[in-house]
Design a protein around this ligand. Structure first.
Ligand code: C2E
Length: 353
């Protein structure tokens, strides 16, 4: 499909299809970002395609077509996004492979050195034993041979050391690429992909050990109105501000991520909703007490508030169930008047802080 899209974009009908894609985005209140445009070109150009069917599912469910939704569809169906995930996975296994090769080389070098040392000390211990003349002569011959091999190995060792350094640099580079792919560019918090992986891993660990785990979902109140009033750039600064408060609250083993546009998630492994509540109430107060200024004009931006939902992981509950209950609690915070934190019960009930 990507090749088809490429040729479509260079065909006489390109502008017509582009207009259709933009109209469809506008009709569905979807931002015309580069990624959305690519997806919606697939949508208008291949009505029966996988991308179109995913988009239709989102639209018919009444869900907003957020950045996150777009990223998920792209990851599944757009070759470029799929490829970057595959490159990362390949990078990860290459790193593991290289690590095992360099461990094997290091251990071979160590045993060759130990062997040489053993021969040298055997030769030394025979120095004063006259009956062992023949054995000593043999060990000496072996020592000379070993020394020769060792000399020859020296060059190889130098080369190996250089290769090892190069592997180290390559590994660091791969780690950096992986880190960047897991980080949200605007806030420097973990992104949704990293969050999904962390939640799956920490929930599995909590289920296995019986340790508690709480999940919080935080949303900036009235963000859309705020964005419409002050513009996207200021909206982005507000997201960065809330992210910085949440990031500071999520130190140690806690894990904070940008979950969607103006939504954040914090995983509290080993903690209950009560301790998560204390942390998020402090964050809520910090956010609402700060007077932010619009940098271009120095105008006060008015109070920024956040609403939060928290849920405790239940026995045998899958991560998706935990997210749903935390979302339910967030919904309760919004409907209870915003600027508040609510905790979900084990079922659907919610209580406000
Ligand atoms: P940033 O602009 O990159 O600022 C990073 C950090 O540098 C801030 O973290 C703060 O510790 C410090 N900083 C930057 N500018 C000032 C300043 O004029 N006075 C003081 N005292 N410190 C400053 P912080 O506060 O956690 O904010 C994180 C991000 O939130 C900022 O990133 C910015 O994107 C946004 N933000 C925070 N306050 C405001 C504000 O009043 N207006 C706007 N437009 N954005 C803000």
């Amino acid at each position: 499909m990507s090749n088809d899209l490429d040729s479509l974009l260079r065909s006489p009908k390109a502008y017509e299809w582009s207009r259709k894609a933009i109209e469809a985005m506008e009709a569905n209140r979807v931002w015309p970002t580069a990624l959305n445009f690519e997806l919606w070109m697939h949508y208008v150009a291949a009505k029966d395609g996988d991308v179109a069917s995913e988009i239709n599912t989102v639209l018919s469910s009444g869900q907003h077509f957020t950045e996150q939704v777009a990223a998920t569809i792209a990851e599944k169906h757009l070759p470029s996004a799929k490829l970057s995930g595959e490159i990362l996975d390949a990078g990860k296994s290459l790193t593991e492979e290289l690590e095992s090769v360099s461990r094997a080389l290091e251990s071979a070098r160590e045993s060759s050195e130990a062997y040489g040392q053993q021969l040298a000390s055997a030769s030394k211990s025979l120095e004063h034993d006259e009956n062992a003349e023949a054995v000593r002569a043999m060990v000496e011959t072996l020592s000379v041979a070993t020394a020769k091999v060792r000399d020859e190995n020296k060059t190889l060792e130098t080369q190996l050391a250089e290769t090892n350094d190069e592997l180290g640099r390559l590994k660091e580079h791969l780690e950096q690429v992986r880190r960047e792919a897991m980080t949200d560019a605007l806030t420097s918090l973990a992104n949704r992909k990293a969050f999904d992986e962390a939640l799956a891993a920490t929930c599995a660990e909590a289920q296995a050990t019986g340790e508690p785990l709480a999940l919080a979902i935080v949303d900036i109140d009235h963000f859309k109105k705020f964005n419409d009033t002050w513009g996207h750039q200021t909206g982005d600064q507000v997201i960065r501000f809330v992210a910085s408060v949440i990031g500071r609250a999520a130190h140690t083993s806690r894990f904070a991520a940008r979950y969607g546009g103006e939504e954040f998630a914090v995983i509290f492994p080993g903690e209950s909703s009560e301790s998560a509540l204390a942390v998020l109430e402090a964050a809520r107060e910090e956010v609402s007490s700060r007077i932010l200024k619009r940098r271009s004009t120095n105008e006060d931006l008015g109070a920024i508030t956040i609403s939060t939902g928290i849920a405790d992981l239940q026995k045998d509950e899958p991560p998706v169930g935990l997210i749903e209950r935390a979302d339910g609690a967030l919904y309760a915070s919004k409907h209870g008047g915003r600027n508040r934190t609510s905790i979900a019960g084990p079922e659907a009930e919610v209580r406000a802080a």
